[in-house]
Design a protein around this ligand. Sequence first.
Ligand code: SF4
Length: 266
Amino acid sequence: MTSTAIKQKGQTISADELKALNKRFEAASPQEILRWVDTYFGNRSAQMSSFGLEDVALTDMYWRITPKVRVMTLETGRLPTETYTLMDQIKLRYDIEIEAFYPKYDAVDNMVQEHGFNLFYKSIDNRKLCCGVRKVEPLNRALNTLDAWVTGLRRDQGMARGMIQIIEWDDAHNNYKVNPLANWSFDQVEKYVKANSVPYNELHDRGYPSIGCAPCTRAIKPGEDLRAGRWWWESDPKAKECGLHVVQKADGTHAAVRASKSSTNG
Ligand code: SF4
């Protein structure tokens, strides 16, 4: 199938083709996978970045393949200052635009009027409402403009992430989702970032393995679970997801991917 075959948004790679691609890419480098994404989807694909370690590594790899790499982000309005600093560094370093998707003003205003600015600390429902308004809706809007999105998910982040394919049809977003780092370890990501002097979020050096919104992320202590810094006030680990990533399981049902040692803003 050529890139001209995917002018129309929708699922255009057959199940057999997808299976063959995944088999081929299991032994491929992230760069080979990104090269295929660029050839196949062109500017109808973009990286969705939250500027964690995996994300900045991917941007560097992608940019070396195409300086026209599209990088999108969910600008929730509640990010740490350090993340904004890094976003400016990435813009300068690669001379790229960062396509920021903001929450809808009215939705934020209504939510805050009704529940308060820091509503997320009051209940899991409130936290999910906030993630819905500030992340999930903007993500849906962003993906509506694309045929494929690239993420920094890795299988060894555990839970449902262990089931991700390198390329999968993302039914929830009517998009192809590509996970070039699926087979990489955190150490490989770290080594790549260091070896290539890739700008990274300074919070990583201050005990934040996973970085999301400022009020919902804290540093972890030695020995703590890598997810302990995300929504730390919530006691149910199964609730620690924000709905950005949904994995289709073999039986056809869906599982939300928990936020973990991840670059992805979830
Ligand atoms: S991580 Fe926190 S501040 Fe960010 S969208 Fe979710 S609840 Fe809101």
